[in-house]
Structures are given as C-alpha cells and as structure tokens.
Design a protein. Sequence first.
Length: 150
Amino acid sequence: MSGDTDLIKLYSGRILELAADIPHHGRLSAPGATVKKRSPLCGSTVTVDLNLANGTVSAFGQDVKACALGQAAASVVGGAILGTTPDQIVQARDDLRAMLKDDGPTPSAPFDGLEVLRPAVAFKNRHASILLTLDAASEAVAQLVQTQSA
C-alpha cells in the first residue's frame, strides 16, 4: 500500500494545476525547427516548435500528449522558455536529468519551477515523460544554431 500512497502524493495539487494549464500549448504557424519526441515506455509524446531571434527563443509552441507529470514539466518549460538561450535550455535539460536520475540540484532559473517534479525521482518509469519537452527543445535549438552558423 505504501507504493500507492507515494504515487498519490506524487500527483500533488500543484502538479495537477500545472498539467491543466500548459503555456504555449499549440503549434506555431511558421516554426524555425520542429522536433517530436516520444517516450517508448509510456507512449507520451511532445512536439515542440521553436524560433530563435538574436540568440534567444522568440517563439515557442508545443503539442503535449503526456501523463500529468509530462504535462507539468511542459507547463513549467512553456512558462519559462521565451527569452532563453540555447545554452540555458540544454543546461536545464541536463540539470533536470541529473535531478531525476541522481537526485542532483534543481535546474537554475528560469527553469527552477521544475523543482515541483522532484518527488518523481523515485519513479524511474516517469523520467522519460518528464524530460520530453526539454529534450525536444534542446534538439530544436541545436538544429537552429547549426542552420544559422552554416
């Protein structure tokens, strides 16, 4: 029964609030890059559309079909990503992965809202879904940086 109780605690009110209100939910009409990521374990998918201008994210859209934890992560990322640099996005992804897998520190601002997902550390089968949005955004900015420097 303890496992059931832990799972119930994991889906806190704050996580459910975030999951219900995802910023920039929807696709961009003219994205510079589009990346779709899928978690093979649970089937969650996230498609990210992204534009860069002057070295920062100028437009962001996301189509999220994920569990509440993946939706909550997408909500935090969607609320924080505009105006960030490619390096900040990659660092946030790496920090989130370390937080989940190694109980590392919370990603730094503006992605520090991902702290709400710290209780998921114990639920390894949820990690991939939580990482989807930042994985997709990291790949999208890498594509755009490569295109812009070519």
